[in-house]
Design a protein around this ligand. Structure first.
Ligand code: F6R
Length: 235
């Protein structure tokens, strides 16, 4: 774990871990969180000008039902904050299909693509204020795989800041499962701000329980947590 004076400094430290991996393995496979937590990482990584053109990546999740090109769809966010600034290859960066024909089978092809890429070397994660990882909300099984899920009310309220109104926030999403996340060879969890302090305390020092999905990180053999002082305040 490392604790930094600001979110920006935490982002620089987290970016260095990603850069080290990609310098040693230019064809590394990354898992990509969206939301606000990883933005300082992506910005710092862009400044490092590491060659990311051979990297493969898999986004953690996508909202269901947004029209293609919607500014808040994670496909759009990944394109504008990750693919373009980092010079990644569009066809090598995967985002779950947010308009699946059949929600029941929404995750199978994504799981197969991750497996075909050789699995995820490094999964970048944020944490929900309710302890979610990806969109695996409290109660999600640790054995879960990529699938369609219903967002918790608290998640929809938290994400209203991206959509303007609560009604505009989708109610469903496709997310990598907790077992999918856990299979990554390394986890890199990033949190900043006082709004995350309680969740970080429970994730790192509370009981390991499906009622608080991020507590799963305690069981992972290779996990790094990068925080600013505010997110670390209750540790
Ligand atoms: C985003 C994701 C979510 C976020 C979490 C924190 O792809 O999977 O788990 O990481 O909701 O969001 P922010 O970083 O916006 O506070």
């Amino acid at each position: 774990m490392s604790i930094h004076a600001s979110a920006g400094e935490a982002g620089v430290a987290a970016a260095e871990q990603v850069a080290e991996l990609v310098r040693s393995n230019p064809a590394a496979v990354l898992g990509l969180a969206t939301g606000s937590s990883p933005l300082p990482l992506y910005e710092a990584l862009a400044r490092k000008a590491v060659d990311m053109s051979a990297v493969t990546a898999f986004a953690l999740d996508e909202y269901i039902g947004l029209p293609a090109g919607h500014t808040q769809s994670y496909a759009t966010v990944i394109r504008t904050h990750v693919i373009e600034p980092l010079g990644m290859t569009t066809g090598s960066v995967h985002v779950p299909d947010g308009n699946p024909e059949d929600e029941e089978h929404a995750g199978g092809a994504y799981e197969a693509a991750i497996a075909a890429a050789g699995g995820i070397d490094l999964q970048i994660l944020g944490i929900g204020s309710n302890g979610h990882l990806g969109f695996n909300e409290p109660g999600a099984p640790f054995s879960s795989r990529t699938r369609a899920v219903t967002l918790a009310d608290r998640t929809r309220r938290d994400n209203t800041r991206f959509f303007g109104t609560l009604e505009a926030v989708p109610t469903r999403a496709v997310t990598q499962g907790l077992a999918t996340i856990f299979d990554a060879r390394h986890l890199l969890l990033i949190a900043h701000g006082s709004g995350k302090a309680q969740a970080i305390r429970r994730a790192l020092t509370g009981p390991v329980t499906e009622e608080f999905p991020a507590s799963l990180i305690q069981l992972h053999p290779s996990a790094t947590v990068v925080l600013d002082r505010e997110a670390a305040a209750l540790l």
